[in-house]
Design a protein. Structure first.
Length: 208
């Protein structure tokens, strides 16, 4: 069976077809890791590139991610211990901010690149980010803010990481509409990325 077909159907957001094809590939004895990498992840990687270049938009990414998740759910039991997770990230929208579309996109594209993502949701306090990073052994904290009034919380997160003694072990990535490269430098965070696709690329670079 041609695993390329899984990639193509995933890009088209055909979740049911993807699920059927993944099951078919498993039945044919193709290793789950190969199905994941050559079918699902390669498809999601193309979706990420198309999103970055403006060929497709948020709705298409969401349906492709749904197709990927359905396929990945079938593979999960077969993957135990087989796939080396590239790294662990905890992400969330900062305290006082309830926006989550951007954060959800980042999560999907990071997972599409083989990272394990712990999603803390919205309105997340600095201490929750730090506690999760320590308990779950995350190498990256990703924070999103869409309001100028909540951007300041990102600085609190950097300071909380310093106070907890994990600043040298954890990379802090920030993003969101009002956030800039200058602000990132000002608060001492590690990286600012302008969109979800580049956030996923940067996270992989940090973890490799």
């Amino acid at each position: 069976m041609d695993l390329q077909e899984i990639s193509v159907q995933l890009q088209a957001g055909k979740a049911k077809i993807v699920k059927t094809l993944v099951q078919q590939a498993l039945d044919e004895g193709i290793p789950a890791k190969q199905i994941l990498e050559e079918g699902l992840l390669s498809g999601m990687s193309i979706v990420g590139d198309q999103f970055r270049s403006g060929e497709i938009f948020v709705p298409e990414v969401l349906v492709a991610a749904r197709a990927m998740n359905m396929g990945a759910a079938l593979l999960k039991p077969h993957l135990a211990g087989e796939v080396q997770v590239k790294g662990k990230v905890c992400i969330g929208t900062v305290r006082g901010d309830l926006h989550d579309i951007g954060k959800n996109l980042v999560k999907m594209l990071m997972e599409g690149k083989g990272l394990e993502v712990i999603d803390l949701g919205t309105d997340v306090a600095p201490e929750t980010f730090i506690k999760t990073a320590i308990e779950q052994d995350c190498s990256i904290i990703g924070c999103s803010a869409l309001l100028t009034t909540t951007m300041g919380v990102m600085e609190e997160i950097v300071k909380a990481a310093e106070a907890a003694g994990i600043r040298d072990k954890v990379k802090i990535m920030i993003g969101g509409a009002p956030v800039t490269e200058a602000f990132c430098r000002q608060i001492g965070a590690d990286a600012y990325t302008p969109d979800a696709a580049s956030a996923a690329d940067q996270a992989v670079a940090y973890c490799s």
